[in-house]
Design a protein around this ligand. Structure first.
Ligand code: ZN
Length: 601
C-alpha cells in the first residue's frame, strides 16, 4: 500500500501519468521511481529541517523549538517510511547505484519502531521519557534546598577541577543518581526496538547499527577488536603514567597497580582526561608560544580567523566559500537573544548554502575548531553533485575524522607560514603538547569502544537486564582500566548517566573518527612530502594532498567506505598504527617515566 502511495505522489507531481501499479509485483521501473521520489522528498524535508533547525539554534524561543521539532519529526517519519518501503525491492534487478541507495535507506534507521501501532506509540513515549529524564537530570546535595541542585554543566565543572577527592566523589555519585529511574524504560525500549529491527530483517537493533559498515555485522565487531589491539599498548602506558601521578596526588585512593577510580580523571565518564593535564604535565611542558596570546595581542577578529581557516582549504586547491556562507553564518554570540553556541557546521540545502555556527573567541582552541568545522563544510560541498541519498560521509566516522584531520595540520610550522608565529619551537618542547593531545585522543579510545560493546550485547541478549550495571562496569574495567568510586549494584543504572544511552545515539562513529583522523593525516602528510615528525606535519599549501582529499570527499557515500579510504590512503583497511607514529616521541618518553613501574591493572 505504501509503495502505491509513493508512486502516486511522483505521478501527481511531475507527470500526471498513468495510475500507479497498485497490486502488481515491484519492478525495476518502480524501484527507480521510488528512488526518485525518495531523493526528492528527502531533499525537500532536509531543507525544511535545516532552515527550522538553524533558526531555532540561533534564536531560541518556544516557537522556534516547536517549529524545529515539527520539521525533524516530518523528516524522521519519512525516513522510517522509506526504510520500510525499500524492502519491497530486495529481489528486483536494479543497477548497482540503485541497489546501494535502497540498502542505505534500510540501514539508515537508528530506531526501528514495531508496526503494531500500540507498541509503536509505547516506544515513542518511552524514548521521550528517557530523553527528558536525562535532560532534567539534577544532583541535589540537599533535597530540602532546591538552590543546591546542580545540572550537568555544574556537575561537569566540579569534575573538571581536580583536588578535593571527597567533593569529586559526591558530584560523581550525585549525577549517577539521575539514571536508576530509566532502567525499566530502557529494558522495554530494548524489547520493542528489537522487534522493529526484526521486522526490517535484522537480528536485533545492534545488528542493524552494525550493518551500516559495508560488511557483515560480526566481521565489523572483529575489525574494531583488531584496531583496539593496535593501540592498546600505548593506552596502557598512558594509563600507568596517569595512575602514578594521581597516586602521588591523592594517595591510596588511587591504587599503585589497579584500576583508576572513575571520578578522578576530570570527566564524569572518564571519557577524556584533558582536565587533569595540570596534574600530570611534564616539567618543561611549555611549548614556547601561546597562540591564544598572539591572537589576543593582534586583536584578531572572528571573521579574520574564519578567513584564515578558509585560506587553509583554498591553499589545497578547494574553491573559496560562497558569499552566502559569510552572510548567513553566525560567528559571534549575539547580545540580544539566546543561541546554542556549541560549534557546528551546517549544510542547509545539501548544496551551496553551507554555514558554521559558533561563538568565536580569539583562542587557540577556537582557531583549531574553525578548521575542524570548515572540514565538514568542504566535505558537504564536495559531494553535492551526487544523488541526495549519497550526500553523506563514507561511513559515519568519516565526517568527524575529516574536520579533526585538518585540525591536526594546525601545527607551529603552519602558524609560521601564515605569519602568526615568527619561528617554530624545536621539537624537544613537544612532549607537553603530545601528552595533552593523548589525554584527549588516546584516553577516549576505549571509552568510544565500550559504549556500543555494552549496547550490542544488551540488544542481542548476551547481557540480561538483571546484569545491566555489572556488565557496564566489567566493560569499563576491561577496556578503560577504570573502577567506580563505590560499590555499584543493580539498584543503579550507570550507563543511563551518559547522554547517548537514553538518547539512543550510536557511539562507534566517534571511535572510528578517532582512529581514521590519524590515518588520514599520515597519508596526506606523506603525499605532501612532509619529512618532519608526524605531529609537526601540516598539509597547508599542498595541492597534491588537496587532490587526494578531494577525490575522497567527492565520493560521498556513493561507494563502500573501503573504496573511499583507499582513494585517500591507498589502503582498504582502517589502521591505528598512524596513532603510534604520531605519538612515537611521547611513547618513548612514557617508557622512561615508567621504568620499574607497574603497567596494566
Ligand atoms: Zn565536527
Amino acid at each position: 500500500m505504501k509503495y502505491t502511495l509513493a508512486i502516486a505522489g511522483v505521478c501527481a507531481l511531475s507527470l500526471g501519468c498513468a495510475p500507479a501499479p497498485s497490486s502488481s509485483a515491484p519492478t525495476a521501473a518502480g524501484a527507480k521511481a521510488f528512488l526518485d521520489t525518495t531523493n526528492a522528498t528527502t531533499l525537500k524535508l532536509g531543507i525544511q529541517q535545516g532552515e527550522a533547525g538553524w533558526v531555532q539554534q540561533t534564536f531560541i524561543t518556544d516557537d522556534t523549538e516547536a517549529i524545529a521539532a515539527r520539521a525533524s519529526q516530518a523528516a524522521n517519519e519519512a525516513g522510517a517510511k522509506f526504510a520500510r518501503e525499500s524492502v519491497q525491492y530486495d529481489s528486483v534487478q536494479v543497477s548497482a547505484d540503485e541497489r546501494r541507495q535502497l540498502n542505505l535507506l534500510k540501514v539508515a534507521l537508528v530506531l526501528a519502531t514495531p508496526s503494531d501501532p500500540k507498541e509503536s506509540d509505547e516506544l515513542s513515549k518511552i524514548m521521550a521519557r528517557l530523553e527528558s529524564t536525562y535532560g532534567k537530570g539534577k544532583w541535589c546535595a540537599d533535597a530540602a534546598k532546591p538552590e543546591s541542585c546542580k545540572n550537568i554543566d555544574d556537575v561537569s565543572r566540579i569534575l573538571s577541577s581536580p583536588g578535593d577527592e571527597r567533593r569529586l566523589r559526591d558530584a560523581w555519585e550525585g549525577w549517577h543518581r539521575i539514571s536508576p529511574p530509566m532502567r525499566k524504560d530502557y529494558q522495554r525500549f530494548v524489547e520493542l526496538s528489537n522487534k522493529g529491527a526484526k521486522e526490517l530483517g535484522f537480528a536485533n537493533t545492534g545488528a542493524m547499527w552494525r550493518s551500516k559498515y559495508d560488511m557483515p555485522p560480526d566481521q565489523f565487531t572483529k575489525e574494531l577488536d583488531r584496531l583496539w589491539e593496535q593501540v592498546r599498548p600505548l593506552y596502557l602506558k598512558l594509563h600507568a603514567y596517569v595512575r602514578m601521578k594521581l597516586h602521588d596526588k591523592y594517595g591510596d585512593v588511587v591504587p599503585a597497580s589497579g584500576p583508576i577510580p572513575a571520578h578522578l580523571l576530570g570527566n564524569l565518564w572518564a571519557q577524556d582526561w584533558l582536565n587533569i593535564y595540570p596534574l600530570v604535565a611534564p616539567p618543561k611542558a611549555d611549548p614556547g608560544f601561546s597562540l591564544t596570546d598572539i591572537l589576543k595581542k593582534r586583536k584578531t577578529q572572528p571573521l579574520d580567523m574564519v578567513r584564515m581557516g578558509e585560506r587553509f582549504y583554498t591553499s589545497l586547491g578547494f574553491a573559496g566559500l560562497p558569499k552566502t556562507f559569510f552572510d548567513r553564518s553566525l560567528f559571534v554570540r549575539p547580545k540580544d537573544r539566546e543561541v546554542v553556541c556549541h560549534a557546528s557546521a551546517w549544510d542547509i540545502d545539501s548544496a551551496d548554502d553551507i554555514r558554521i555556527k559558533m561563538c568565536i573567541e580569539p583562542t587557540a582552541e577556537d582557531f583549531s575548531t574553525i578548521h575542524h568545522e570548515l572540514g565538514h563544510n568542504f566535505y558537504q560541498r564536495a559531494y553535492k553533485g551526487l544523488p541526495v541519498l549519497f550526500r553523506d560521509s563514507a561511513n559515519d566516522g568519516f565526517h568527524e575524522a575529516i574536520g579533526d584531520t585538518i585540525a591536526l595540520s594546525v601545527t607551529p610550522e603552519y602558524l609560521v607560514r601564515i605569519g602568526l608565529l615568527d619561528k617554530a619551537p624545536d621539537t624537544s618542547r613537544d612532549i607537553g603538547l603530545l601528552l595533552n593531545k593523548a589525554l584527549e585522543k588516546i584516553a577516549f579510545l576505549p571509552f568510544g569502544l565500550l559504549i556500543d560493546q555494552w549496547r550490542w550485547q544488551v540488544f542481542d541478549g548476551e547481557i540480561a537486564p538483571a546484569q545491566y550495571n555489572k556488565a557496564w562496569w566489567d566493560l569499563k574495567l576491561k577496556y578503560q582500566g577504570v573502577a567506580p568510586p563505590s560499590a555499584r549494584g543493580e539498584e543503579f543504572f550507570d550507563p543511563g548517566a551518559k547522554y547517548h544511552v537514553p538518547d539512543n545515539t550510536p557511539y562507534t562513529r566517534y571511535f572510528l573518527a578517532d582512529i581514521l583522523q590519524f590515518q588520514f593525516h599520515r597519508a596526506l602528510a606523506k603525499t605532501a612530502g612532509c619529512t618532519l615528525p608526524l605531529n609537526r606535519c601540516s598539509i597547508y599549501e599542498s595541492k597534491a594532498a588537496g587532490d587526494r582529499l578531494n577525490t575522497m570527499l567527492s565520493m560521498g557515500q556513493s561507494k563502500p567506505w573501503p573504496d573511499a579510504l583507499e582513494a585517500l590512503t591507498g589502503s582498504r583497511q582502517m589502521d591505528a598504527t598512524a596513532i603510534l607514529d604520531y605519538f612515537a616521541p611521547l611513547s618513548k618518553w612514557l617508557d622512561e617515566q615508567l621504568k620499574d613501574k607497574p603497567v596494566g591493572w
